[in-house]
Design a binder for this molecule. Sequence first.
Ligand code: DOR
Ligand code: ZN
Length: 342
Amino acid sequence: MPSTNQVTLNAPLDMHLHLRDGEMLENIASSSARTFSGAIIMPNLVPPVSSKEEVIAYKARIKEAIGAEDFTPYMTLFFKPTYDKAFLSSVRDEITAIKLYPAGITTNSEGGVSGFNVEELRPALEAMAELDIPLCVHGETNGFVMDREAEFVSIYEKLAGAFPKLKIIMEHITTKASVAALDRFENLYATITIHHLLITLDDVAGGMLKPHLFCKPIAKRPEDRDALLKVALAAHPKVMFGSDSAPHPKHAKEACGCAAGVFTAPVALQLLTELFEEHNAPLDKLQAFVSGNAQKIYSITPLSKQVVLEKKPFKIPSDYNGVVPMYADEKIAYSIKEVING
Ligand code: DOR
Ligand code: ZN
């Protein structure tokens, strides 16, 4: 993308978002609802969203929190191997995907899957494939922290091979091993965050420790980031933007025992635009990465919304209602000029 004064993005989509609940939901919902047409909403509440009633009630609370903004919350359930075809058929119209967490791997994932026994998972995953419900996966083992995602690739391969009709989304990929897996299986897709396109482990822990850049999966090596950049900047048709924006109160991040998660929702589009410009990537690739690819992969038609960004320095606030965003207090190149709904 050549240097430009103004960029317009159509119907940006965030294909992996934590909106939380209660006061946090009320405080941060507008950060996404203002500039995105919709987002895939993660189900890792306490307790996790795992029944039809819970999905419907959570969606209603989200709608209430976003008020008049044009924004679609694409709802998900927290995967359980006990889901059967009757249950999944009954909930099909309320959800866009189901999110699988390995047990205990990240925030509020204690009730997740352990062992990854194909036969144990078969009834639920075959029913999902038949009902065309994508499976979103947090792909990490409980091995050494830098190797967790690469070790999980063999589990992705096992699942992709055993359930060829199931759409599997490798969420927030951070390694060149995951990027390489995309082209080996027709039914594997991926989301990529803005923070994993910008930082490596060096930015988190190479100097003074930066708690607001600490997340799961942890940022990796320069060659991993390069592999992510290559597919994101080219808008490889199997990758899409998913922020994994994961707000925690400031006291939970600036603590002995820092919660994992980077809060990027209010600055994601500005940072993405700057990144694509810096790398001279064409605007149509940015548009595909932030919306077009996701529309095709998920077969969704988002609400229309045009986000106009202008090349004007923006100083990121130090916090949004008590939540510290990525790059707080720093200046970035693009600002949101206006948002045209409808
Ligand atoms: O850093 C993370 N934070 N990674 C996740 O997978 C979950 C998320 C959260 O919910 O806080
Ligand atoms: Zn997440």
